[in-house]
Design a protein around this ligand. Sequence first.
Ligand code: BJW
Ligand code: ZN
Length: 244
Amino acid sequence: MIEEAAKLLARSRFAIAFTGAGISAESGVPTFRGFNGLWKKHRPEELATPEAFRKDPYLVWEFYRWRMDLIRKARPNRAHYALAELESMGILKAVITQNVDDLHREAGTGNLIELHGNIFRVKCTSCGYGEYLKESGKLEEFLAQRNLPQCPDCGSLLRPDVVWFGEPLPRSALNEAFRLAERADVVLVIGTSGVVYPAAYIPQIVKETGGRVIEINTEESGITPIADVFLRCPAGEAMEKLMT
Ligand code: BJW
Ligand code: ZN
């Protein structure tokens, strides 16, 4: 199976990767649906909504600060690095990720499309203000603060610059992802349950336009029925084998 996947990749002319929370599991970042235990009795899907934020911004910010702190201590794993290496070899043309954790960027992936935003970015709920806290060096200060974060321009409430349920995905990122999917002859799908749309259309588009689907997951997913090769294996191990 690994040989089959390696052959498909080596022969591809335009391969892309589509990743989800499972690729960061070995970096210590909890996945969504396989969330190990609960965070203060709340399921992540209940907190990642505009309704939850309107009802209790304090709770939602507490959840996001907790995750920001956890994620900033995480390092990319073998799977993130392997994708960056495949890109530098000219095999992989882009990584389309649903993750907000920044680990692909840290591993060196250049052409990265973030469909669900980035947890280290904040944006204003009223005006156009936005900030990437990692770059502006304000992350520490931000995490130490206990009250609700306010916009420095207009004083309104800030929110994480991520995509919650019921919200549209960033238009340019989604258009670019669809364009890449139409062009791709191979998609490497890693660590996603494949149940959240419109992101889950990406591998379906590759398949419908005649491309091949290689899936790496420890469990079967919503993508497995269309996978040409399914590697039931942790992402780091699978990618390491694929690279040798
Ligand atoms: C390993 C492993 C290891 C573990 N190695 N593998 C069509 C049909 C039905 C519903 C809809 C539809 N179109 C839209 C909807 C509604 C909704 C939706 O999809 N709902 C479904 C859940 C039913 N979609 C939306 O609301 C989207 N917006 C939208 O459609 O807007 C329309 C609109 C248009 C115009 C105006 C207004 C509105 C938005 C979706 C936003 C998703 N946001 C989140 C939170 C991001 C912020 C944050 O991080 O807090 O994104 S939810 C969460 O799910 C997060 C993830 O990116 C996303 C996907 O999860 P992922 O990555 O797949 O993780 P898991 O945990 O589910 O799976 C992990 C996998 O890894 C598992 O399979 C494991 O087995 C595996 N694994 N360890 C390899 N070591
Ligand atoms: Zn503002």
